[in-house]
Design a protein around this ligand. Structure first.
Ligand SMILES: NC(=O)c1ccc[n+]([C@@H]2O[C@H](COP(=O)([O-])OP(=O)(O)OC[C@H]3O[C@@H](n4cnc5c(N)ncnc54)[C@H](O)[C@@H]3O)[C@@H](O)[C@H]2O)c1
Ligand SMILES: O=C(O)CC[C@@H](O)C(=O)O
Length: 526
């Protein structure tokens, strides 16, 4: 098998590939044109964050079976394109977290003590201690946004400096906050108001891009210090510039920028901003870990063996896969709706299988549901292999039961998601070749065919609301494909699920939310 290593990975990784009998070409200097010209010869490619693996690339990569991402984020890889072609994408999500956490601490201390600026002066042979006074960390409050793998490592380390650590992460259980001795903030505003230092550790998602922006800096403490060692743009760069000019932000330590490589960022013009060129994972240890892990993953995937970090679906190989496929898709859909409707950390998931589905490989279906639940907030981090572990590490208890495996009884998957203050329920079935259906949501009964965009609105059950929502969508040129209504007569409540042909603009959702009688409205994307 032939593997192209297109970005630098450690020698140890390359040795591993060769020792396992692979033909390895290391060529990290190929231009885009050269890469496209040669990629047709290879069974696998290993990249980091620079090489764009997109449609143009796939069209030329006719033999490609595996993309190995030596690192964590897969924002440079078109996942749909890979899945569509049965190309397995593997990454190494655990291998560099310690390095990223340590780099975060480095940026935080270097920026609040002006270490690079002081060195630059001495580099010009000038011994001048003026305007370099820093601040201590002891007894200061640090606000961590995203208490996942790296966020929690940063928390533990900053506690050792005597800092008061608070965090905002609506997608993890209270138990995780307790485990790390971190005070939970219910919303970002609370964190912004209290923190002397803010460091972001979320993935790059639609929700997190620009999550620290103008409005957040407006409520921040004057003189706050910020760090971004996650992904460029989670702290909005323009808003940061303005906050620096207005002296709301006293210093910033940045490892990641929008549009990397980006050596001309206007943030480089500020004396109180220090920037490194995405070095968070650049340590000997992390690169050895990453290199060896990605090599092992690529070898396993090429040999059709179990791949611990397959980011996409095609690694599941099972006799039952054909029958299971529709249920797996349904399971992911049932899970995926939760965090798009609710903002309460999941504490418990109870799944009941009945009818034909109870006789299938339900453990795989449970993984599909868990993958669905966590995907909107963790993105590439969850897959079929690590979904159960992800739930466990986030303090989520999962139970699975089977009611009846009789084939004459309706095949049903019922999911109960329990959080601190609520119980959310959703159920679905598969109708032969017709595919999956959502048949119940929080007690409302439907027959909904899942679709890419679904508008879900709960309202007081009274005349006129459906018409107003239809009009508002019409005005925004959003076409309604199908509509399903459910009602809870006892509560005088109703819920509608509209499959729409396109995304719904934010303002339209706000208008719909403002219609008298509408209690809640969300756009769910699948
Ligand atoms: N600079 C580097 O070289 C480098 C190296 C490794 C990872 N990273 C980046 O660091 C980030 C964190 O990585 P990780 O391994 O800790 O990820 P993780 O998935 O373990 O943790 C991310 C956390 O963010 C939380 N989250 C998601 N959306 C949120 C929101 N809207 N508000 C608050 N919290 C939210 C999730 O619940 C999760 O707990 C990622 O962006 C990753 O790509 C950067
Ligand atoms: O150095 C790299 O390859 C990127 C590191 C990091 O951002 C990752 O996503 O793992």
């Amino acid at each position: 098998m032939k593997i192209l290593v297109a970005e630098t990975i450690s020698e140890k990784g390359i040795e591993k590939l060769m020792n396992e009998g692979m033909t390895v070409d290391v060529n990290t200097k190929l231009s885009r044109e050269e890469l496209l010209k040669v990629i047709g010869e290879y069974d696998a490619i290993i990249v980091r964050s620079v090489t764009k693996i997109n449609e143009e690339f796939y069209r030329r990569a006719t033999k490609l079976k595996v993309v190995g991402r030596a690192g964590n984020g897969v924002d440079n890889i078109d996942m749909e394109g890979a899945t569509k072609r049965g190309i397995i994408v593997v990454n190494t999500p655990e291998s560099n977290v310690v390095s990223a956490a340590e780099h975060t601490i480095g940026l935080l201390i270097s920026s609040c003590r002006n270490i690079p600026q002081a060195h630059a002066r001495l580099g010009k042979r000038v011994w001048d201690r003026s305007n370099l006074k820093g601040v201590e960390l002891l007894n200061k409050t640090v606000g961590i946004v995203g208490l996942g793998r790296i966020g929690s490592l940063v928390a533990t380390r900053l506690k050792a400096f005597g800092m008061n650590v608070v965090a905002y992460d609506p997608y993890i259980s209270d138990a995780r906050f307790k485990k790390y001795g971190v005070e939970k903030k219910e919303n970002l505003e609370e964190l912004m108001k209290e923190a002397d230092f803010i460091t972001v550790h979320t993935p790059k998602t639609e929700e997190t891009m620009g999550m620290i922006g103008k409005d957040q800096f407006r409520v921040a403490k004057k003189g706050v210090r910020v760090v971004n060692c996650a992904r460029g743009g989670i702290i909005d760069e323009q808003a940061l510039e303005e906050a620096l000019k207005e002296k709301i932000v006293a210093s910033a330590g940045i490892d990641v920028l929008v549009g990397e490589p980006n050596p001309t960022s206007p943030l480089l013009d500020f004396d109180n901003v220090i920037i490194t060129p995405h070095l968070g994972a650049d340590t000997v240890e992390a690169q050895d870990n990453v290199g060896i892990t990605v090599a092992q993953e690529v070898i396993s995937a090429l040999r059709g063996e179990m791949v611990p970090n397959a980011v996409n679906l095609p690694t599941i190989q099972s006799q039952e896969l054909e029958t299971l496929k529709a249920y797996l898709q349904l399971g992911e859909v049932l899970g995926k709706i939760y965090y798009q409707l609710e903002k309460e950390a999941v504490e418990k998931v109870e799944i009941t299988y009945s009818g034909e589905v109870a006789a299938l490989e339900t453990s795989m279906l449970t993984l599909a549901i868990l993958k669905g639940i966590f995907e909107p907030v963790l993105k590439e981090k969850v897959n079929y292999v690590n979904a159960a572990l992800t739930a466990e590490s986030r303090g989520v208890t999962v139970t699975e039961s089977r009611e009846s495996a009789e084939s004459n009884c309706l095949a049903l998957i019922q999911v109960k998601i329990i959080s601190k203050n609520k119980t959310f329920t959703i159920s679905g079935t598969v109708l032969g070749k017709g595919g999956g259906r959502i048949v119940e949501l929080n007690g409302y009964e439907f027959d909904v065919t899942p679709s890419a965009y679904m508008l879900m609105a709960e309202n007081i059950d009274k005349p006129g609301i459906v018409g107003q929502i239809g009009t508002l969508l019409g005005v925004s040129k959003v076409n309604i494909a199908t509509m399903q209504l459910g009602r809870l007569a006892s509560d005088k409540r109703a819920m509608m699920v509209l499959a729409v042909d396109s995304d719904v603009p934010k303002e339209t959702l706000q208008f719909i939310g403002g219609v008298e009688g509408v209690v809640k409205v969300r756009l769910v994307k699948l």
